[in-house]
Design a binder for this molecule. Sequence first.
Ligand SMILES: [Zn+2]
Ligand SMILES: [Zn+2]
Length: 161
Amino acid sequence: MLNCNEYNLVIVTSKGEYVEKYVKLLKKNDLKVTPQRIKILKYLDTHRTHSAVGEIYSFFKKSIPSLSKTTVYNSLDTLKEHGLIQALSICGSEHRYDFKNEMHHHFLCKKCGKIYDIDFKCPNIKEIRKEIESSGHHIKEVHGYFKGTCNECYQMEKNSE
Ligand SMILES: [Zn+2]
Ligand SMILES: [Zn+2]
């Protein structure tokens, strides 16, 4: 089994340098507009692969040699704290970042490490919330994690038998 660090990032280059969207997003959340934050938001928006910090750092290191992994991590953390992005702990201690911040579930392939979005609204969510909040708890995040073998890996496995 591969771990999450070893999966191959598919690099999709975005057309143009449209950043207005990210500037607005930062301002709306009372965050200082910095080039790093814009770059990271744009990266996550155009690479919907649920990247880990290492992948994001490697992507920018070529064009910004002075960039440190800590800076990337801190920017991600701030964006997460303000609810602009979400961090998934589906791989254990390694966080994977998601531009899509509204509630959705995830499926992790334990062979290739890819994370797929599962856009299914849980029909019981209201009841579960009510149950938890009736004890006086406050919910800040909701995650549904499913793990297994993705279709691609499953087909490969079948063909090699
Ligand atoms: Zn797979
Ligand atoms: Zn997602």
